[in-house]
Design a protein around this ligand. Structure first.
Ligand SMILES: NC(=O)c1ccc[n+]([C@@H]2O[C@H](COP(=O)([O-])OP(=O)(O)OC[C@H]3O[C@@H](n4cnc5c(N)ncnc54)[C@H](O)[C@@H]3O)[C@@H](O)[C@H]2O)c1
Length: 264
């Protein structure tokens, strides 16, 4: 007979295993989308990658298939309800199920509140917030029928902090955080966990232009207690946790991955 300690090791060591789980990622061509796709595939997941510019995903697709996992690419505009439902139907047909949805499509533009045009406001809110809702609604119907699923939204430290020059972005990310809680409540008894990740600045195409200017990098780094910006790889542990059975009793949570930024 095995000791309690040994039995525990046998029981828990596969807690993060994602073998044969099907993960759909939007914004999959992005800096975080591609890194999350590769990380999840290393844990055994098959990946459906959707983006407005899917041609940028080819290299990551090769990386995932070389791990022996299935990966397919889809073109979608997350603000277009019909296109979202079509893409989700295709993913469901191609993979047979959807275990995890990661809403990572997102945009930003930084400027004083008085300078935003209505079109700029609409674009940021439509992609970041409405897009997250539409994708979650479409996949949620499948997950409700399955009686299981995990939704992971990309929030931000801007979900909880009032950074100047982030008006529409912060409004959208605050909305994402609260939408996460609402859906977590609605689906808590249906086997669906809904959580969000809240990164601080991470070096990706989303932030590259801003960080390349003057002392922006140093200025941002100085606001982060750990003294550095994030790397895309810093997100992988959080997303694997929220996608896996390790987080089965976690829902409605915003998991900050921010080098201590919001602990300040
Ligand atoms: N990088 C950071 O510092 C940071 C910090 C906090 C939160 N986030 C959030 O994480 C997510 C991913 O960020 P990232 O750094 O990978 O950004 P990124 O710019 O590298 O990638 C975003 C992706 O979204 C796609 N996209 C944009 N509009 C779309 C649309 N209408 N339909 C489908 N796809 C669309 C883009 O083509 C791009 O591939 C975003 O939601 C972002 O707000 C990023």
């Amino acid at each position: 007979m095995r000791s309690v300690k040994e039995r525990r090791i046998v029981r828990y060591k596969n807690l993060f295993d994602l073998t044969d789980r099907v993960v759909l990622i939007t914004g999959a061509a992005g800096g975080l989308g591609q890194e999350m796709a590769l990380g999840l595939a290393e844990y055994g997941a098959d990946i459906a990658m959707a983006d407005l510019f899917p041609e940028k995903i080819e290299k990551t697709l090769t990386g995932i298939t070389s791990l022996g996992r299935k990966a397919l690419i889809y073109k979608v505009d997350v603000t277009d309800r019909e296109a979202v439902y079509r893409m989700v139907r295709e993913v469901h047909q191609d993979f047979g199920k959807i275990d995890v949805l990661i809403n990572s499509a997102g945009v930003n533009s930084r400027k004083p509140a008085v300078e935003y045009t209505e079109d700029e406001w609409d674009r940021i809110l439509d992609i970041n917030l409405k897009g997250t809702f539409l994708c979650t609604q479409a996949v949620g119907k499948i997950m409700l029928a399955q009686g299981r699923g995990k939704v992971i939204n990309m929030g931000s430290v801007s979900s909880v902090l009032g950074h100047p020059h982030h008006g529409p972005y912060a409004a959208s990310k605050g909305g994402v955080a609260l939408l996460t809680k609402v859906l977590a409540m609605e689906w808590a008894k249906s086997g669906i966990n809904v959580n969000a990740i809240g990164p601080a600045y991470i070096q990706t195409p989303l932030t590259a232009e801003y960080l390349a200017v003057g002392d922006h990098y140093q200025k941002i780094a100085s606001t982060i207690p750990m003294g550095r910006l994030g790397e895309p790889s810093d997100i992988v542990g959080a997303v694997v946790f929220l996608a896996s059975d390790a987080s089965n009793f976690v829902t409605g949570h915003l998991l900050l991955v921010d080098g201590g930024r919001c602990a300040d």
